[in-house]
Design a protein around this ligand. Structure first.
Ligand SMILES: [Zn+2]
Length: 366
């Protein structure tokens, strides 16, 4: 097989850690001669465009520091590779592809976010086949996609071989969006799933493909055709993006600020002392919260979490748990902590002060 090399965007090694979000690409699925899925009345291409424009509008209105690029703003056909190229050339920080789902079972309804991942032969595979099959309408697709056949299971095996550079961040963004769909928009939530999606494989940044509902379900089709429904869906995506951006910005601040004032303290009311570590030993902890005013580290303030420690970081107080000399172990522990604190992440300390995570990882691998 020869198609693995140019078809996919190469992972750059820089997986976006510490990078603020400045540019996003909003991709309305399908368009022009490609209607996408067709309902009783509406076409996927029109609903996707209406929602995409609304999402972009919310971002433009409310986030002056983010520039929005659209792969299309009208009913025109754009090849899949071109969509990815637009995002890559803009060096975008996030790619959001907006679609509408369809199923032969007309009762199927709900929202789903897909990230690039391993080939799965589950029912979402139908979605991947359908969304990838748009290339069959493109001229010369056999050459451009180097023999990729959207309908053949074998073609999907290569997705398993790909380096998932942006996997974690894509999942994270998807989870914020799905949370909004579920809690604010009151839509059925199928969560974030992995699939082999060409358009995401060719972009070199975190990205998702959002299925905003089922056009094959009469009720959802009507909902997605209304201004109201489109607004609710678009604002949910916007809110999900806002939460994701806040999180990424917080982390990038966190790794760039000079920390002259960082002091690790024994938290009041907590019996346990942080373990005594040799000087210059890098240690990894899990940050669960931050605040401008110092709050009690009593377990009752932190969902029963014991042994919470405070690190002062400029004007901020950061609340951390755990001390691991192994980064791997800290990541494992972070996953457990995430059950109670979904936004928890790993931080690094040296001599009681926070240091940039990247530096710490380099140092332990030296
Ligand atoms: Zn689609």
């Amino acid at each position: 097989m020869t198609f693995c090399c140019t078809l996919f965007a190469a992972g750059s090694g820089d997986n976006g850690v510490g990078k603020r979000i400045r540019t996003i690409v909003i991709d309305a699925g399908h368009g022009g001669k490609d209607p996408g899925a067709v309902g009783k009345i509406a076409k996927e291409k029109d609903l996707a465009l209406a929602i995409a424009l609304k999402v972009g509008h919310y971002v433009e209105e409310n986030m002056k520091d983010v520039s929005v690029i659209y792969t299309r703003k009208s009913d025109v056909a754009v090849d899949l590779w071109k969509r990815a190229e637009i995002a890559n050339e803009a060096e975008a920080d996030l790619f959001i592809s907006i679609h509408v789902n369809a199923h032969t079972r007309t009762s199927a309804r709900g929202t789903l976010t897909l990230v690039l991942g391993q080939h799965r032969s589950d029912e979402n595979f139908d979605v991947a086949v359908r969304e990838n099959s748009v290339i069959l309408l493109e001229e010369d697709y056999k050459t451009i996609y180097e023999g990729f056949n959207p309908e053949s299971t074998e073609s999907y095996i290569m997705f398993s071989l790909m380096q998932k550079t942006y996997f974690k961040q894509s999942i994270e963004f998807g989870a914020f969006v799905q949370k909004q769909f579920k809690e604010r928009a009151q839509r059925r939530d199928f969560g974030v799933r992995e699939q082999g999606l060409l358009v995401l494989a060719q972009t070199s940044m975190p990205g998702v493909l959002i299925e905003t509902g089922f056009i094959s379900n009469a009720e959802e089709e009507k909902y997605l055709m209304t201004e109201y429904g489109q607004d609710v869906i678009a604002s949910a995506i916007y809110r999900g993006f806002r939460e994701y951006k806040e999180e990424i910005d917080r982390r990038s601040n966190f790794s760039s600020v000079v920390r002259e004032e960082s002091v690790i303290e024994k938290a009041p009311g907590v019996e346990v002392q942080p373990a005594v570590l040799p000087a210059n030993q890098v240690v990894f902890s899990i940050q669960i919260a931050s605040s401008k005013n110092k709050i009690s580290t009593d377990p009752s303030s932190f969902k029963g979490q014991k042994e919470v420690m405070v690190v002062q970081d400029g004007r901020w107080f950061k609340y951390i748990v755990g001390q691991e000399v192994s980064y791997r172990k800290a990541l494992d522990r972070c996953l457990v902590v995430k059950d109670d604190f979904p936004d928890a992440f790993v931080v690094a300390l040296k001599n009681g002060k926070l240091i940039p995570l990247n530096d710490a990882i380099i140092e332990i691998n030296r």
